[in-house]
Write a protein of this length. Structure first.
Length: 413
């Protein structure tokens, strides 16, 4: 789709809300206000119907049969791969691997790098990572003797770029950072990060779990070696995600799991592996999930992902301005370049108490460390409240949220 055309279209929020059955319900007696989109987004009926139709009319195992249903299911699944390829502007469909999610994709790459690293090699991650972009690298370091280095952050929740430059060296084999922080919303300067890592010959993995739903991502323009995301944060189903990898890198990595579909020939003496992408897709995959993701990509492409981001940005500024008027909100993550995620605490109130009181008023936010304990340790807090917006959220919902926060604070103080 032409981005220039997309950029001028404003989201018709009331219209798109009609696509989301889950939004039209009361929770604890009040209309649901769903502000937990960074954890998982809701599903439009187009995605629900694509999955339901697949199970009703098209279900069969894929890549295996000559019968009509199997061919149909295979075609749908492979079409979905093509949709993701176009969505990310990846050069080839075989560079798109279906996984279980962001976590699955990162573990696949981390496992593959076991054969490529030696003791003393270095992996750089950042302070802003989700646990799923920390722990697999720690496990890789344990297996190989490689060393994990961490780009520090500042008070605003931005990476300290000069420190990244200092960490890079010929020992750096891999840099793994997120595009957008799930806990703070910080948008990281990944183009610069990638370019600079490449000067040292290091591969770069970008965790796009929080980015693909907010703005256009072009893996070729970025020159990312790996780019990963989860379908369920992009209005698609749970249990399915994507690993984009450059062909040259995917060819260097050994298979992650062994089983059906990932082989070319099997004898007891020797097995040869299938071509990409099948080499990394052992066993019967989440066929319905892949098809659902394809429908989700269609949905967001129709809206225009940059239009979506523009509305979410408007909501972000509207909410932050209103929250400031309360005078009791402490914000965590105040980066200049930021997605529609607000992490905060109310003076004198525990985040869980506030979260529970908001829930009593029908408002869903996340509380806790958001799987980013190092960030919480940096701020010396146990956790935050987090409101994260989607294109289906409204300013009226934010007004309700502000009133609910005031009420919660009155009750707790
Ligand atoms: N990376 C980032 C940046 C994330 O936000 C998440 C999930 C993951 C990785 C892991 O994704 P998964 O789909 O494999 O679980 N983030 C959140 C969150 O912020 N609240 O719940 C899940």
């Amino acid at each position: 789709m032409d981005l220039a055309i997309q950029a001028n279209q404003k989201i018709d929020v009331q219209k798109v809300r009609e696509d989301f059955p889950v939004l039209h319900q009361k929770v604890n007696g009040s209309p649901l206000v769903y502000f937990d989109n960074a954890a998982s987004t809701q599903k439009p009926k187009q995605v629900i119907e694509a999955i339901s139709n697949y199970y009703k009319y098209e279900h069969s195992n894929i890549h295996r049969g000559v019968h009509t249903l199997s061919l149909k299911a295979t075609e749908k699944y492979e079409n979905a791969r093509g949709k993701v390829q176009a969505f990310l502007n990846a050069p080839k469909p075989e560079e798109i691997i279906f996984t279980k999610g962001t976590t699955g994709s990162i573990n696949l790459v981390a496992n593959g790098f076991t054969t490529l690293l030696k003791p003393g090699d270095e992996i750089i991650i950042s302070y802003l990572e989700h646990h799923s972009n920390i722990v697999p690298w720690q496990m890789l370091c344990e297996r190989t003797g490689a060393i994990l280095k961490v780009i520090p952050m500042n008070e605003a929740g931005e990476l300290i770029y000069a420190e990244y430059e200092k960490l890079l060296s010929r020992k750096t084999k891999l840099v793994a950072v997120n595009h957008v922080s799930n806990a703070l919303g910080t948008i990281n300067p990944i183009q610069q990060i990638i370019n600079q890592a490449h000067q040292y010959g290091a591969a770069v993995l970008i965790d796009g779990a929080q980015s693909v739903s907010h703005f256009k991502v072009d893996v070729q323009a970025l020159n990312a070696d790996f780019y990963v995301f989860s379908a369920h944060k992009l209005y698609g189903p749970t249990g399915v995600g994507i690993l984009f990898g450059k062909e040259e890198w995917l060819n260097k990595l050994p298979p992650y799991q062994g089983g059906g579909d990932m082989i070319k020939t099997v004898t007891f003496e020797k097995t040869t592996y299938n071509e990409l992408p099948h080499k990394f897709e052992a066993g019967t995959p989440n066929i319905a999930g892949g098809i659902g993701l394809g429908a989700a990509v269609d949905y967001i492409e129709t809206l225009g992902v940059n239009n979506v981001g523009a509305w979410e940005d408007e909501l972000l500024h509207y909410a932050v301005d209103k929250m400031k008027t309360l005078g009791t909100v402490r914000f965590y993550g105040t980066a200049k370049n930021k997605a529609a995620v607000i992490s905060f605490l109310l003076d004198g109130c525990h985040p869980y108490d506030v979260g529970a009181l908001l829930d009593q008023q029908g408002i869903a936010v996340r509380t806790g460390h958001h799987c980013t304990q190092p960030i919480m340790d940096w701020y010396k807090i146990p956790g935050t409240l987090r409101a994260s917006f989607s294109f289906y959220n409204t300013k009226e919902e934010i007004d309700k949220f502000i009133i609910a926060l005031e009420r919660a604070q009155k009750m707790l103080l």
